[in-house]
Design a protein around this ligand. Sequence first.
Ligand SMILES: Nc1ncnc2c1ncn2[C@@H]1O[C@H](COP(=O)(O)OP(=O)(O)OP(=O)(O)O)[C@@H](O)[C@H]1O
Ligand SMILES: [Mg+2]
Length: 440
Amino acid sequence: MVYERPWLYPKQRAAIFDCKDVDGLPSRYAFIEASTKAGKTSACIAWLFEQAIQGKRGHNFWWVAPVYAQAKIAYRRMKLGLPRDLIKTNEQDLTISLITGQVIWFKTAEKPDNLYGDDVYAAVIDEASRAREEAWHAVRSTLTATRGPLRAIGNVKGRKNWFYRLARMAEAGESGMSYAKLNAWDAVAGGVLEKAEIEDAQKLLPEHVFKELYLAEASEDEGNPFGYSHIAACTVDGIAETDPVAIGIDLAKSIDWTVVIGLDRFGACCGFERWQKTPWDVTTARVGELIGTTPVLADSTGVGDPIVEALQKGRLYVEGFTFTAAGKQRLMEGLALAIQSRWIKFPKGPITAELELFEYVYTRNGVRYSAPEGYHDDCVMALALAVEKWRQVSPAMRDAVLPLSVPKTDSWMGRDGTTRREADRYDGPEYDLSDTGDWM
Ligand SMILES: Nc1ncnc2c1ncn2[C@@H]1O[C@H](COP(=O)(O)OP(=O)(O)OP(=O)(O)O)[C@@H](O)[C@H]1O
Ligand SMILES: [Mg+2]
């Protein structure tokens, strides 16, 4: 039986198979930071299998993924790639045994304690930036007696994780270690990803997400999802004296603030009010006065619900938003996109302070956005809700997120019947719109 390695594009092959350390020797530990869909898993499946066929009867080889479901996917993919008469598989244990007696195990990093004890002759840690650090400690210990090699592959996911730290150590040239990066453009050159697909992702995703997921680069604004330079570029001295077309409201829960933010048709903040420690009926009346007949998106989570219901009486344009983890993530990514695309303007003060303090952390279930412990986030929430509503009511924004190939210069025309001439008649105060994007 002749095994033939699946075709890998040159950079993919080099990253996983031709790893050399600082002394030019084959590296025992290789750390590969890569774009999503760059072919990390595929190449490592081939690598681990090749390690196994070079092993001896009874030798164990490990594939470790952050959660069981991911381990199972890799198991299935390897199983499908191998000739039936060469292997025996066990779906229960997630093992693939070669007829020559070597065993490849697919394991989860969820319970690192269960990873201790074995002697392992080669291991892959897939999605390493999402796997627990304790799992790496355990895997390292299993490779001790055998001096087995390791491939750790994953996306960049912030700087505060073991994979990032070790990748930097490898990159700095530690003997026995090597580092490689495969970004989305490498995968495009290798024929695995399509250029248009990457350009589309770049257009739609917040910059920090695109940078990490597709370029395999940690964001400079460590932990800040908006970016300090972008926040600064959207900051103006005062509040515009124009009429709002969209309003976002974050209702105070207990000690925090109720914040109302209005955006005008150009995305400039033209209304910003906040108050604290006020009875519900007063808050309801005050909000009612502020919103007039402007479309509203208001936080209706928990205690906000009765207020939003009261506001909705006789007002069809008041919409409630119930915060869920996924909903909040989407809302925050919309805000990050608006700030990074410089679609909006806001006054210096509490809004900018909260934006600068805001943080994101990756969790197993996605990205969690919040103010640091002990800080407020009501202005950020109100602004995000306002932006969401503003994008709904502003046809220009729908065009602005279409792929590059769609002409956007006349986006004020069509759709809702508004014409560019009407837009030109805008007679509000002058503020700098020169860098709000090419659709203006
Ligand atoms: N050399 C290659 N030639 C052709 N197709 C490939 C090659 N390498 C990977 N692919 C295909 O590209 C897709 C993504 O590959 P793979 O799952 O290995 O990438 P990944 O970087 O692990 O992605 P993820 O971000 O989902 O973990 C798969 O459909 C795979 O079959
Ligand atoms: Mg993968």
